[in-house]
Design a protein around this ligand. Sequence first.
Ligand code: FAD
Ligand code: DHB
Length: 403
Amino acid sequence: MGVERTQVAIIGAGPAGLLLGRLLSRAGIDAVILEARSREYVEARIRAGVLEQGTVDVLHAAGVADRLDREGLRHGGIYLSFDGARHHIPMEELTGGRSVTVYGQTEVVKDLIAARLAEEKPLRFDAPVARIEDFDGDGPARLHYRHDEAEHELHADVIAGCDGFHGVSRETVAAQVRIWERTYPFAWLGILVDGAPATDELIYARHPAGFSLYSMRSPTVSRLYLQVAPDESMENWSEDRIWSELHARQDGDGFTVNEGPITEASVTPMRSFVAAPMRHGNLFLAGDAAHIVPPTGAKGLNLAAADVTVLAQALAARFREGDDGPLETYSDRCLARVWRAQHFSWWMTTMLHRDPAEDAYGAELALSQLRYVVSSRAQATALAENYVGLPLERTVAAEVARG
Ligand code: FAD
Ligand code: DHB
């Protein structure tokens, strides 16, 4: 194959890359999406499940929300469980009507892939990008990738690095980025269960044995998480042990976890990570390629969607109006939102988990914070407005105010 040319080369077909591709095609901008893994692998990867209102709005604007509208579960609140009792946080009431929607990341990814293939726009699976060159000059950037047992070259005006935490994009600019990072002394063991959730809203629970979360995917599929050791192996966790831990950490106050066949189980490490700036010449990092949050605040997927929404608008300004202004502020505008989500995710994580090295004083601080959240409207509102997602303009406005 000769050298191919496009306006935007998108590396990675996770939520960030696929949504960006969709927003660009709607704006009449050409893009090629290259994904290292197979379609089956990408569509089966169980990850996040909570969509902020803003993410749902963008999926609507992108014309890929039909199934989301039919199957997504709208949630106006969450429960916080501790001290043997459950407390409801009425997020919708506290935020003037904003809510979240429970709809699996796998489903978002499937919908976006189906839409891209229906449009007959380029999306190549099993196409790992090995190298990126000339992204910092006036000419086109060059990407080298392997596909169908041959080496290929793609030239693009802009590269969108949507290739996740272990991708090639951030690695390429490793010498030019500053990193802020924190790891946590625990991980999440997540299970997918064939069985109705016993709760109408998600339950985030702090317990002396550790954190647990009761979530769901549909009226007949539950998703539950347990805090485990950071290096935990699934081999140490029989189904019996998983259920007995979940009962110990969630049951009480007239409530019992509903058991069912476990169809998937895996351990996810917890990390906070920011790499900045998110722009390097014509290479733009978006989503997990630039930042990671621990999952407690349900922000990872939503941040990825916010980044590419800002990027798609900025690329439309360049390609349709010749205006580079929005691309110049891309990094700062995204980072304002990223740091708010970093703080919120860290705060939820430390408040709800049991740090194995924590002294009794630290545990009491966390409990005091939880009691304050469920008894103060101001504190509950602070949690609620972060959880449902601050409107894009508010985080951008904060950045503008900074000068
Ligand atoms: P990704 O989804 O990681 O997509 C990046 C894509 O790029 C991948 O498909 C990858 O194969 C591809 N790629 C990588 N390198 C290359 C290359 N060289 N060439 C071509 N393609 C490449 N968030 C939550 O809010 N709640 C959760 O419960 C939750 N659980 C998670 C569990 C796990 C195991 C992980 C890893 C993340 C989890 N997250 C969770 C975070 C959330 O899933 C991510 O924030 C979200 O997937 C980010 O989307 P993304 O498109 O930026 O990156
Ligand atoms: C889910 C994941 C999260 O990280 C979270 O905070 C809430 C729900 C989920 O997978 O359902």
